[in-house]
Design a protein around this ligand. Structure first.
Ligand SMILES: [Ca+2]
Ligand SMILES: [Ca+2]
Ligand SMILES: [Ca+2]
Length: 665
């Protein structure tokens, strides 16, 4: 049996303690020390013959006017360029597009200098750092890539065993437990509700074609029958000439994205490509309700209305882009109109110590690109772009960078049992959990995440790489829903919506203390993960309710509870009189409500089915009767809330009210 492996792009290790600064001795004085401080990372795993420099304004102007691609016109820099055999000094960022905003972020001051691979990289970096014109020097650290291909999955193996009616006609949807888990997944202790509560969210939106998600990853197979309709085409290039930059954006033939490794068209079928980018893209927006394959979180309803994807390729045939090309890929995403940046790649957990070591006071080329993406407004509903990262698969109590960086959202991974996966990073730097899937020996691979693979294939993966696109898809749904409703969000508001729209993970722990590491042997001590997987398990329905400002009330399945409705209106029930809520017959049936009544201002209710629905609370404000005619009384009013019925919501034994428990053990 093929073993499904963790696939997370792990960048090569960076160590905070600079080996360069260790070489400074006291006698060399402070000028040398100041110069060496300009070197913002170490040369470990760096590309030979390449450095990234941040130059001062005057030098940037000189370089922009330079006619010789290997010379700047700045004497000291040119002398050094000659010495190291420089073959080019090129701007990192593309000033052909949106130059004004980019200048404000000093993006025009970043250059990549390439030179002889025989030159001593450390020595060139140190020489550059001594130039007054150079304010920062960055080594081109290489990205590591996954080494193993994913097993192919035959379409026949994925006939759904679920009996209930599914919202869309895609034959594999029933196997996508990560969207809606009924507990029948072939996995030990699979639990209903260990999912992103997507079906109820789809009743409100399935995405919009004017919302764009950029997948920074391997190339996305844009010809895939289950992705093609949701790819964002650059019309000028689509209808243009091969080999010509038809839209003049500096990139030739960038139809559905761009390959920043090879400088050309997006690719996915070279010998060492793994399909990772195509898998991630399918989770965000595989085409829904088209009668084939699987579904994507924001893949539309089958009417050409899914969110759109672009491929920003930073890995090709096992070869990874360096920091300049990765930064250019992020910039390109912003310039092509993306509002969500999906990133399932990163440095190994613990290899960068903290935010300061990562951003070097923001003097890092990738951080500059992230800042640009977050500032660029590409859609009426959001004043910037949101960046989502996989937390990392090192199983450590800290997220890897960039995920851990405090401006980005880091996603941890749960399995079909709702429990932390054996590989997920957790604790420091981790923000929210989503299903990443898990391989369990003897249980086939159905505990993994099902999505698209190149060549019209489908396959199962596990990893925080797979959890991450669930959150990116939900961010895209939230933006779509805001657009539908004329709501404008700020980036902090959208982050808050993502982080607070969660269900408790304690639900799934019960009395368990340990979980078997199915793929590896040994056990996880669940106490170590308690409250450390981020805010909780993300819930797509709750996210949409948060966009519209509708309060969600959590209810357990099959248990009678008392809801103190006054809590949701004003300062409590003393100032108001609750009336019977309006619950439609449709909602009664949907949630299997068998008993509902109002007693002492509390709603006594039993829901027998998991699900989510809107109900209208009614009350009298001021007095116990409604005013009118001979009566001076109160004003009748109403307030909409959402009931979110989930397995495992706990109930307080004293008040009989549902509670969200703080811890799980
Ligand atoms: Ca172009
Ligand atoms: Ca073209
Ligand atoms: Ca489909």
């Amino acid at each position: 049996m093929n073993k499904t492996k963790v696939f997370l792009f792990a960048l090569a290790g960076l160590f905070v303690a600079s080996c360069v600064s260790d070489t400074v001795d006291q006698s060399q004085g402070s000028a040398e020390a100041v110069a060496l401080k300009k070197i913002v990372n170490t040369s470990e795993d760096a590309k030979q013959g390449e450095l990234i420099i941040f130059v001062d304004e005057a030098t940037a102007s000189q370089l922009e006017g330079a006619t010789d691609a290997t010379r700047s016109g700045v004497t000291a820099l040119d002398a050094l360029a000659s010495e190291c055999g420089a073959t080019s000094i090129k701007p990192v960022f593309n000033m052909l597009v949106n130059a004004e905003q980019k200048r404000e972020l000093d993006m025009h001051r970043w250059y990549t200098i390439t030179f002889s691979e025989d030159a001593n990289l450390e020595a060139v970096a140190q020489s550059l750092s001594k130039l007054n014109e150079v304010e920062a020097v960055q080594f081109a650290t290489r990205v590591k890539v996954p080494a193993e291909r994913i097993p192919e999955v035959s379409l026949d193996a994925f006939q759904t065993t679920r009996s209930e009616e599914l919202p869309f006609n895609d034959p594999m949807l029933g196997q996508q437990w990560h969207y809606n888990n009924d507990g029948t997944v072939n996995f030990p202790n699979a639990k209903a509700g260990a999912d992103i509560n997507l079906f109820n969210a789809w009743e409100h939106t399935t995405g919009r074609p004017d919302v764009i998600v950029a997948v920074v990853d391997e190339g996305v197979c844009y010809t895939h029958a289950d992705l093609k309709a949701n790819m964002c085409a650059n019309k000028a290039e689509l209808n243009g000439a091969d080999g010509v930059d038809d839209d003049g954006n500096g990139y030739v033939d960038d139809i559905y994205g761009y390959n920043f490794v090879d400088n050309g068209r997006v690719t996915w079928s070279k010998a060492k490509d793994s399909g990772h980018g195509t898998h991630v893209a399918g989770t965000v927006a595989a085409v829904n309700n088209n009668g084939i394959g699987c579904c994507g979180v924001a893949g539309g309803s089958g009417n050409g209305d899914g969110v759109r994807l672009i491929s920003c390729q930073i890995i090709s045939n096992g070869e990874a882009a360096g920091p300049s090309a990765t930064a250019a890929a992020v910039e390109y995403a912003a310039d092509r109109g993306a509002s969500v940046l999906q990133n399932s790649w990163g440095f190994g957990a613990g290899q960068i110590a903290n935010d300061a070591a990562f951003d070097s006071g923001t003097t890092k080329v990738e951080v500059t690109a992230f800042n640009y993406f977050m500032e660029k407004k590409n859609c009426e509903a959001l004043d910037g772009g949101i960046i989502i990262f996989a937390a990392g698969n090192d199983g450590k109590s800290v997220a890897g960078y960039p995920a851990a960086y405090n401006k980005l959202i880091a996603v941890t991974a749960i399995g079909p049992d709702g429990l932390p996966t054996y590989y997920t990073c957790y604790d420091r730097g981790c923000n929210v959990a989503a299903p990443g899937g898990e391989y369990a020996a003897g249980y086939a691979e159905q505990g993994c995440v099902l999505s698209t693979l190149p060549g019209d294939r489908y396959g199962l993966y596990q990893g925080t790489s797979m959890a991450c696109p669930h959150v990116s898809g939900i961010a895209a749904l939230a933006i779509s829903y805001a657009l539908d409703n004329g709501i404008k969000l700020t980036l902090p508001e959208l982050k808050d919506i993502i982080l607070s729209s969660v269900n408790s993970l304690s639900t799934f722990v019960g009395d368990l203390r340990f979980k078997e590491k199915y793929a590896e042997g040994g056990t996880l001590n669940l106490a170590s993960y308690n409250n450390k997987m981020g805010t909780g398990l993300i819930d797509a329905y709750r996210a949409l309710m948060a966009v519209r400002g509708t309060t969600c009330i959590a209810l357990p399945v099959g248990e009678s509870v008392a809801i103190d409705l006054g809590k949701y209106i004003g300062d409590g029930q003393l100032s108001i009189k609750m009336l019977n809520p309006v619950i439609s017959q449709e909602v009664m049936d949907k949630l299997g409500i068998t008993d509902v009544k109002l007693m002492g201002g509390k709603l006594i209710i039993t829901c027998t089915k998991p699900g989510s629905a809107l109900v209208t609370l009614k009350y009298i404000a001021g007095g116990t009767t409604v005013g009118g005619g001979q009566i001076t009384g109160g004003l009748e009013a109403q307030h909409e809330v959402a009931l979110v019925v989930r397995y495992g919501v706990k109930v307080d034994e004293g008040t009989n009210e549902p509670i969200i428990p703080g811890g799980w053990l």
